[in-house]
Design a protein around this ligand. Structure first.
Ligand code: DSN
Length: 417
């Protein structure tokens, strides 16, 4: 009998089957998630996971690297082509380790870092009291304007001059507006700071050429590979050539040892996919879908933070609009088969675990092939769910509508157009 996961470990197999069905029959609106292609998943589950390969191509600490080096060099050259980057490190295991390596490579403990404030679109590694960033560095922050809910670049400049940071971070996990990269560069030059772009959320939209590429403006850029970029879980760091050696030493041996070469192969596969013209079409559709969905929700009385979106992400003030907390909204939507996440909104008076907002995004549903008509349908489904969240019969009916919609856009069939 062939040994398979099914007969060797039925319990895990059962959970994988159940998760496959959940993904097939439910809608993924978490802005940081996507569905990787079968080729990306095949590389992720490949024999490359068996290999230790500390070091870099041509300079490893263990033998047997002939195939590993080919894979890692391909991942590097494809990322360079995709983002027009001079230096690329494809080894970071994920978002925080990538950012940690940048801090370690370019700063000294105690140096001042200026990033987005915690409640307005931050990431843990940009400065959270329990994170290495806060513990090792002096974190200062800028935020959004109270009225426009967009970044006020004059205010960023004022704070930068006042705090004299060694590094400025432009990058967010819950900000839906375009970033003024040129002005960030100007401010960084004014105060003599490194400019770090963290494009973890929007890198697929940059690769797809629908958002401006920050590489020419930044000293260093980090991104995860599994969000809009639609690759495996992981991250990369891109930098000016001159900073390459510092970043390389910080990633290995500074932060990590053995890189996960199976994931590096999967990153290479995803970069090849993103170099295809079809990926540009996908990226354009992601933004169009987010704008249609935001418009539909706003017309139904749900306040969209900053009044709209320029990318894949929409932040919704459910508490201010309908008197429902973010946690209640997340729970109601999950009950009908839609995954979202509760999220702080700018100047939120509520707490992080039960804030005023939810964050939604269109990368995954666009991968399924959905377009404007489905966004309008989805907008009405979200509103009906929030308004009827205590009506079990109505929720059951809406759940069956979601299942029917999913059946029209099967997963792992429409991914390659
Ligand atoms: N989990 C990532 C996100 O959803 O944006 C980081 O917080």
């Amino acid at each position: 009998m062939t040994i398979t996961l099914q007969n060797q470990d039925p319990e895990i197999y059962k959970s994988l089957q159940a998760e496959t069905l959940r993904q097939e029959e439910e809608l993924e609106l978490i802005a940081s998630e996507n569905y990787a292609s079968q080729a990306v998943m095949e590389a992720t589950g490949s024999v490359l996971m068996n290999k230790y390969s500390e070091g870099y191509p041509g300079k490893r600490y263990y033998a047997g690297q002939v195939n590993i080096d080919i894979v890692e060099n391909l991942a590097i050259s494809r990322a360079q082509e995709l983002f027009w980057a001079e230096y690329v490190n494809v080894q970071p295991l994920s978002w925080s380790p990538a950012n940690l390596a940048v801090y370690l490579g370019l700063l000294r403990p105690g140096d001042t870092v200026l990033g987005m404030s915690l409640d307005q679109g931050w990431h843990l590694s940009h400065g959270h009291p329990l994170n290495f960033s806060w513990l090792l560095y002096t974190i200062r922050s800028y935020g959004v304007d109270r009225v426009t809910e967009m970044i006020d670049m004059d205010e960023v400049e004022r704070i930068a001059i006042e705090t004299k940071p060694r590094m400025i971070i432009a990058g967010f996990s819950a900000y839906s507006r375009n970033i003024d990269w040129k002005r960030f560069r100007h401010i960084s030059d004014t105060v003599g700071a490194y400019l770090m772009g963290d494009i973890s959320h929007i890198s697929g939209l940059i690769a797809g050429k629908v958002l401006e590429n920050p590489i020419p403006y930044c000293d260093v850029v980090t991104t995860t590979t599994h969000k809009t970029l639609r690759g495996p879980r992981g991250a990369i760091i891109m930098a000016k050539e001159a900073l390459g050696p510092k970043i390389a030493r910080a990633v290995f041996p500074g932060v990590q040892w053995g890189p996960h070469e199976n994931l590096i192969a999967a990153k290479a596969v995803a970069f090849k996919e993103a170099l295809e013209p079809s990926f540009q079409k996908y990226a354009k559709q992601v933004i169009e879908n987010a704008q249609t969905l935001a418009r539909t929700l706003a017309l139904e009385g749900l306040r969209v933070v900053s009044g709209g979106t320029d990318n894949h992400l929409i932040l919704l003030d459910v508490f201010g609009s309908f008197g429902i907390t973010g946690k209640e909204a997340e729970t109601a939507l999950e009950s009908i088969g839609i995954s979202t996440n509760k999220n702080m909104i700018p100047f939120d008076s509520r707490k992080p675990l039960d804030p005023s907002g939810i964050r939604i995004g269109t990368p995954a549903i666009t991968t399924r092939g959905m377009k404007a008509p489905e966004m309008e349908m989805l907008g009405h489904i979200i509103i009906r769910t929030l308004k009827n969240r205590e009506n079990i019969d109505k929720l059951q009916l809406i759940r069956s509508e979601v299942k029917k919609l999913c059946a029209q856009f099967p997963l792992y069939k429409n991914i390659h157009e």
